[in-house]
Design a protein around this ligand. Structure first.
Ligand code: HEM
Length: 294
């Protein structure tokens, strides 16, 4: 439990740093940065392995925790006649199983809110239309290099199914646009003297997330969540629970691993307390700010 718990603390730090982009980068730049980040996270092999390790850790940590709580109960089926638990243990430490179960339920709800929609939902995921203008030397077809008269604008646009990108030819004098070609991933486009490789494009996780917490993204295909206030309250409450769980759990993990040292243990305890306040607080601030700035 100690190893999976500490691994999950590491996950929390990484997840927090990624999510903070939601409030520190705004506008189209923020949207692009977050979607590029989400794309990287779901395509990088090392991160993918870490993700599976995270899912397994959550399951192992939860199941083991429940088994431990049941064992403890069995070890003392009849309660003490005189019991004043506050004398030598904190409320958090005596309620780790209840706090942990609440966090587990939160994670399940939370993953259905974003992760499920991103990966498995049959509803089409909104896509982030990337436009990137490439200026091909006038008179050159960007795919073949043949002579044409227009400047070409390339849209990194994906269809709902995401298996091809559309190249739009724009006549800059008449402002007319026409679909020029459908390009499979990986097609090389001749851009002046360099080649541009088309990527798969980005699922619009940013719009999905900010709309969930109350921002209107109707233009991107995701209207604001009607129950955003409730969602923000639930997330904030879950972060309070997480804080209590970490308050005891962080230092306790080191204790379980047998790390008990006159000098380091007090430092670990202090670090654990700071961690258990700062990390959940920053997590909670994200939905609150998104909600206020809607
Ligand atoms: C309150 C602020 C939070 C926001 C805005 C947020 C947002 C997100 C988003 C957008 C995803 C989908 C990413 C993807 O599938 O690539 C995600 C995944 C996930 N979140 Fe959160 N999250 C928050 C807090 C938390 C907390 C506190 C936990 C754990 C206690 C957590 C656990 C997870 C897990 C386990 C995943 C799946 C990760 C993976 O596939 O690797 N999240 N979150």
């Amino acid at each position: 439990m100690a190893i999976t718990g500490l691994f999950l603390c590491l996950f929390l730090v990484g997840h927090l740093l990624g999510n903070l982009q939601l409030i520190f980068k705004v506008g189209e730049e923020g949207r692009r940065a977050f979607n590029e980040y989400a794309y990287f996270m779901s395509h990088n092999i090392v991160i993918k392995i870490m993700s599976y390790a995270t899912y397994l850790s959550i399951l192992f940590h939860a199941i083991d925790g429940i088994m431990l709580a049941v064992q403890n109960k069995k070890a003392r089926p009849v309660g003490y006649a005189y019991n004043k638990p506050g004398a030598n243990s904190s409320t958090a430490s005596r309620n780790m199983a209840v706090l942990g179960s609440a966090i587990f339920i939160f994670i399940a709800i939370h993953m259905s809110n974003f992760w499920w929609k991103m990966k498995y939902s049959s509803e089409p995921m909104p896509l982030h239309l990337m436009t990137k203008e490439i200026t091909v030397p006038v008179g050159q077809n960007p795919l073949t290099g043949e002579a044409v008269n227009n400047t070409i604008e390339v849209k990194y646009a994906l269809t709902t199914h995401g298996d091809y990108t559309t190249l739009v030819e724009k006549n800059l004098t008449s402002n007319e646009e026409r679909e020029y070609a459908k390009i499979k991933d990986g097609t090389k486009i001749i851009q002046a003297d360099t080649d541009v490789e088309l990527g798969e494009g980005y699922k619009d996780l940013h719009s999905l997330t900010v709309a969930f917490f109350g921002q209107d993204r109707t233009d991107e295909g995701v209207p604001a969540n009607k129950y955003a206030g409730l969602a923000v309250a639930l997330y904030a409450l879950a972060m309070l629970v997480l804080s209590f769980h970490l308050w005891h759990g962080f230092a306790s993990a080191f204790q379980s691993l047998g790390i008990n040292h006159a000098r380091y243990t007090p430092a670990i305890r202090i670090f654990g307390k700071v961690f258990s306040i700062v990390v959940p607080l920053l997590f909670a601030i994200i939905p609150i700010i998104l909600f206020i700035n809607k």
